[in-house]
Design a binder for this molecule. Structure first.
Ligand code: NAD
Ligand code: TDX
Length: 342
């Protein structure tokens, strides 16, 4: 049993949010979820289709809509905010919706939670800390990583909008005593991830008979975590975290993009060089790496999903088995990338 029976999950139709809603339904029998989601290009209604209506209600709407947010927060014991514009490449082409949703939307949720003194959890990203210098694979274990004390140094409009939102949350804690926490997680992968993102893009390229596309040198490093491990970490922080605290979530799985792409190619029976080198992302962050010691030591969380290779295999299989989920979008997503030389 839990102190939170009515949970408002904003952005719960999107990739990470939908995985969290599935996690709640599977593991928390007394929790009822209301999802508030605008159903942007990133929100596939189908992501929640197989969940029981008695446990999950979808409200289609905008987190910037103060009247609607007030009404939903009034009936909630806790709010977990996943709603965001989430793609760096889009933020470089059209930053406006990032500022609107990620900054003003978070502000709107904070004001409602302040009014009703509702427990708030902000889902954030390691990208608020900027990037780290590249190191060799052997050096990764001992090289510096992001910690809760790392300075905010966002690189992209997306990262800056998430950093701004984090700072708003911290100030609502400090000035108004809002019962809130923040988690900054590394790169997620798993089912329901939009095919504009790295792993699903390459997997669906191969399935669709297109060549995978690698940005720049392919040496940029991401710290991968199975989205199921992220969901359990968020629940742990929501129910056991100290109010006002920031927790970093990561599974110590740093890999460069070339290595990940070669693993995908091998797993899908393709030659190692069956991909295209394409234009780099402007301002492309070099390395992300999370030190999750605080979460592990304070709250006893640890990753349980298994190693990267086995979860990559499961993820590839999910896209193979769910071609209807992504097929209609594929041509348009690739056409938009092609216009950028990517
Ligand atoms: P996503 O783009 O797949 O999903 C975002 C969801 O938010 C969509 O369903 C969309 O319809 C909804 N949404 C967008 N604007 C909205 C608005 N104004 N009002 C209501 N709903 C709106 O993104 P994701 O990858 O699932 O990321 C979700 C959250 O997790 C983001 O806050 C992101 O910063 C954070 N995060 C993601 C990762 C990752 O690797 N994907 C890692 C760390 C943190
Ligand atoms: O086609 C591609 N080729 C490529 O080489 C794409 C789409 C990406 N890349 C590279 C860029 C990055 O180094 O792969 C890496 C991962 O790219 P994305 O999937 O766009 O993720 P990233 O920019 O790292 O951000 C992700 O993790 C942090 C999420 O999209 C964010 O929402 C989250 O905050």
């Amino acid at each position: 049993t839990t102190q939170f029976k009515e949970i408002l999950v904003t952005g719960g139709v999107g990739f990470v949010g939908a995985n969290f809603v599935h996690y709640l339904v599977a593991t928390q029998p007394d929790v009822h979820v209301t999802v508030l989601d605008k159903l942007t290009y990133a929100g596939h209604r189908a992501n929640l289709a197989d969940l029981p209506a008695a446990r999950v209600r979808l409200v289609v709407g905008d987190i910037c809509d103060a009247v609607l947010v007030d009404q939903l927060v009034a009936g909630a014991d806790a709010v977990v905010n996943y709603a965001a514009e989430s793609h760096n490449d889009r933020s470089l082409l059209a930053p406006a919706p990032f500022i609107k949703t990620n900054v003003e939307g978070t502000y709107t949720l904070l004001e409602a939670c302040r009014k009703y003194q509702v427990r708030f959890h902000q889902i954030s990203t390691d990208e608020v800390y900027g990037d780290l210098p590249l190191v060799t694979a052997a050096e990764q274990k001992t090289a510096p990583k992001f910690t809760p004390e790392s300075p905010y140094r966002p690189s992209s409009p997306y990262a800056a909008s998430k950093a701004s939102a984090d700072l708003l949350v911290q100030s609502w804690v400090h000035s108004f005593g809002l019962p809130a926490t923040i988690s900054n997680c590394s790169n997620n992968f798993g089912p329901y991830q939009h095919i504009e993102k790295f792993i699903p893009r390459q997997v669906t390229n191969i399935l669709a008979g297109r060549r995978p596309k690698l940005y720049g040198s392919g040496r940029n490093v991401r710290d991968w975590i199975a989205t199921s491990d992220h969901s359990r970490a968020v629940w742990t922080i929501l129910t056991q975290g100290r109010l006002g605290q920031v927790y970093l979530i990561g599974a110590n799985q740093e890999l460069d993009n070339l290595t990940v792409l070669r693993m995908i190619l091998r797993e899908m029976g393709q030659p190692e060089d069956a991909f295209d080198w394409v234009a780099d992302r402007p301002g492309h962050d070099r390395r992300y790496a999370i030190d999750a010691t605080k979460l592990q030591q304070e709250l006893g969380w640890r990753p349980l999903a298994g190693d990267f290779a086995s979860n990559l295999r499961t993820t590839i299989a999910w896209y193979q088995d769910h071609q209807d989920w992504w097929h209609n979008q594929k041509a348009a997503v690739e056409a938009a990338y092609a216009r950028q030389g990517q």
